[in-house]
Write a protein of this length. Structure first.
Length: 346
């Protein structure tokens, strides 16, 4: 699986790199931050005795006990509110949603209580909280469990929003989010949890953090810029490998953060390649790709474009349940290849 490779530059010694799944990287990040700061605690459905619905919190309840790893009832509005209040009182909660689709039950707490409090209190009340869990398309779970909320949460001032792809992203961004004094939404992807990625020795250290608001160039290229976040980064890497055989070199940018968005990296890349394709698992209208295209249109990089920017998104429909329809709804490698050829007019 080419999603596993190419994510980390080779260190001096091959022994320094190991394969780590996204699940284990997230577990490592939580463990290290719980150990480092006693104000940090995790709460959510099934996070404690059951080790987490996706086993992200495996072993943490046995290690840290009931006060730090808290099982909650099925009441997102309730436990998100408790977590926000705890953050206002000086703790640093990590609030897990079993899926971000269920965060809709608690969106009032995320937006009205967490995101706006610092502004509404003139900086007097900070809310150092992390809302995390799986986001985006899953597999065979129907429309109400399978959508991307990056554009929803990225829309709101007062929140920071991160969307990791690789194990290194997952660990570094989660640690940075827990240490941040603002509310941060961490949009993981269920289909990536079991995927192994190379992790450098540096990335496995306890002090490894990735700054929020900085994109990463996963693959340099000269002909077209591909910008994506979360799982579609892997699809872009696969599409870039296919196109490379045809003489087209794609520059793949892993956005990593949705808000604040690193437009400088995107603009510099567009100035070099003169072409832009955005890829995301969300819907087209008011999406992350739409925002990137608008900012390119309004900014200095517009003058470098040799063709219109193109968006690759999920279809503008609620997610179907049948697998064949699901596959046709979500962007595939062939859709990215088609979009690149369209923008390059080949």
């Amino acid at each position: 699986d080419s999603r596993c490779g190419g994510s980390v530059s080779s260190p001096s010694s091959p022994a320094a790199v190991s394969q780590v799944t996204v699940r284990d990287a997230l577990n490592q990040a939580l463990d290290e931050e719980l150990e480092r700061d006693e104000r940090v605690f995790l709460l959510g459905e099934e996070v404690a005795q059951y080790d987490g619905a996706y086993k992200i919190s495996r072993g943490l309840w046995k290690k840290y006990g009931d006060k730090r790893i808290i099982d909650t009832p099925i009441s997102e509005m309730g436990f998100a509110g408790i977590a926000v209040g705890a953050a206002m009182a000086g703790l640093r909660p990590v609030c897990e949603f079993m899926t971000f689709n269920f965060s809709m039950q608690a969106i009032d707490q995320v937006i009205n209580s967490a995101a706006k409090s610092c502004y509404m209190s003139a900086g007097f009340i900070s809310v150092p909280i992390v809302f995390r869990g799986p986001n985006g398309t899953a597999a065979g779970v129907g429309a109400q469990h399978s959508q991307c909320f990056a554009a929803w949460y990225g829309h709101c001032p007062g929140l920071k929003v991160v969307s990791p792809w690789s194990s290194e992203d997952a660990k570094g961004l989660l640690k940075a989010s827990i240490r941040d004094d603002n509310p941060v939404v961490v949009l993981e992807n269920e289909l990536l949890y079991g995927v192994p990625f190379e992790m450098s020795e540096q990335a496995q250290s306890k002090e490894f953090v990735i700054p929020i608001g900085k994109a990463k160039i996963e693959k340099p290229g000269t002909h077209v810029t591909l910008v994506a976040h979360s799982r579609p980064v892997g699809h872009c890497m696969e599409a870039a490998a296919v196109l490379s055989k045809e003489g087209v070199e794609c520059e793949v940018i892993n956005l990593r953060t949705i808000r604040p968005m690193d437009m400088e990296t995107v603009e510099a890349s567009v100035a070099k390649t003169n072409h832009l394709v955005t890829v995301e698992g969300g819907w087209p209208q008011f999406g992350v790709g739409a925002e990137i295209c608008a900012r390119i249109m309004e900014g200095p990089a517009f003058n470098y474009l040799d063709a219109p920017a193109v968006r690759v998104t999920s279809a503008d429909v609620p997610m179907p349940y049948a697998k064949i329809l699901e596959d046709n709804t979500v962007p595939q490698v062939k859709d990215i290849v088609f979009a690149v050829k369209k923008t390059l007019n080949i």
